[in-house]
Design a protein around this ligand. Structure first.
Ligand SMILES: [Mn+2]
Length: 381
């Protein structure tokens, strides 16, 4: 069977690090895809007898998406170490140069589109890298990581452990909104089947609180949005702490907190959507919806953009406008490509990246108008 490029290499390198008791740092994106990737890789490493020194999650709002200078600065006294990125990293050319200089060895596990150049990581696993001939390109990052964990543990993987990985892989895959076909479909089916009987205290707590174990319906969506509503503070993520906790009582408290937070988040999202709709109703009809505001939270931009994009069937660029820069999320209707659009306007951007249907960007405020026009021109074609 064909494998994702470099996945065996990455597994071998991680095994060696475990044997040699090297320090291992996991650095994941703060959404459920990134978090579930970190959790299952950490548990696979543990099951090999190894130990992860720290799991780090950037706050998208404060620190920005991906690897950033602040994180590297906080981690620099941990060198030498194996620095594994999950659900991010493929776009961090500069930051990975800096990490290399500090003495980290970087392994990138990602599923995002590579941009102009790939970073100088020691190993890159990303089904979307140019010379990867793995036939299925639609895996969520947790799907890629699940493949890696299977390679790491080989025949030693117990049925219970595998099922427990699949439960998180299913939730992360659904949360990341990748197409539910081929291996994604298998992961989701097997994972949800197992979820009903989960041993993981956090998921057990969710099912008990949300009631009657209707895993396939509403409860599951609530679990996903609650886990996605978690915040990363000082590079520590609430959902990660919850999913890795073995304290049943504590899990129940954390689940309640997250459910509350999510409710509040949903109200805020609704308010922003109303404001966006008010604004577009007063404008002339353009191919792209492009709206930002200083009061909008960046962490809500993705949800807002999704709803707007689905409703109006247009690319939606929703951003938080800060003092000098703006940062936002993009959602595109099927058949259009947000990354290609931004590539054609990249002279106005500081950074950008993601997938055809979902991506993000950062821009200097003085370029906002030119960027908007460039996008409209692109989609007029
Ligand atoms: Mn992802």
């Amino acid at each position: 069977m064909r494998k994702i490029k470099n996945i065996e290499k990455a597994a071998e390198r991680i095994k060696k690090a475990v044997q040699n008791k090297e320090r291992i740092i996991l650095y994941g994106d703060s959404d459920l895809d990134g978090i579930s990737s970190v959790v299952i890789l950490e548990e696979a490493i543990k099951s090999l007898g190894g130990h992860v020194n720290c799991a780090f999650f950037p706050d998208r709002e404060k620190d920005g998406y991906g690897i950033n200078a602040k994180a590297l600065d906080m981690l620099k006294d941990k060198t030498p170490a194996l620095f594994i990125t999950l659900d991010l990293g493929i776009g961090n050319v500069k930051e990975i140069d800096a990490a290399n200089k500090m003495g980290f060895e970087v392994i990138v596990i990602d599923h995002h589109e590579p941009l102009a150049g790939v970073p100088k990581a020691s190993i890159i696993v990303d089904p979307k890298q140019e010379d990867d001939d793995y036939p299925f390109k639609g895996l969520a990052n947790v799907g890629v990581t699940f493949n890696l964990c299977e390679d790491l543990l080989g025949k030693n993987i117990s049925k219970n452990l595998k099922n427990s990985f699949l439960e998180l892989a299913a939730l992360g895959t659904i949360a990341d909104m990748v197409p539910q076909v081929e291996q994604n479909q298998e992961i989701i089916e097997q994972g949800l089947r197992s979820l009903k009987h989960t041993f993981r205290p956090a998921l057990r707590a969710f099912l008990d609180i949300l009631g009657d174990g209707k895993v396939f319906g509403e409860s599951m969506q609530k679990i996903i949005s609650a886990l996605n509503a978690a915040e990363s503070i000082n590079f520590e993520n609430e959902s990660y702490l919850l999913l890795t906790s073995s304290d049943r009582k504590k899990c129940e408290e954390m689940v309640q907190t997250l459910l509350e937070k999510n409710k509040y988040k949903q109200t805020q999202v609704k308010n922003i959507i109303q404001e966006v709709e008010r604004r577009i109703s007063q404008k002339k009809d353009e191919p792209v919806i492009f709206e930002g505001d200083p009061s909008w939270k960046l962490t809500l931009a993705g949800s807002v953009a999704s709803t707007i994009c689905n409703k109006y069937e247009k690319p939606a660029f929703i951003f938080k406008k800060m003092d000098k820069e703006s940062c936002g999320s993009v959602r595109n209707p099927k058949g259009t490509n947000s990354v290609d659009a931004m590539k054609s306007c990249d002279r106005f951007l500081m950074t950008y990246g993601g997938h055809a249907q979902a991506s993000g960007f950062r821009i200097k405020n003085e370029h906002l108008q030119k960027f908007e026009k460039c996008l409209n021109d692109f989609f007029k074609k």
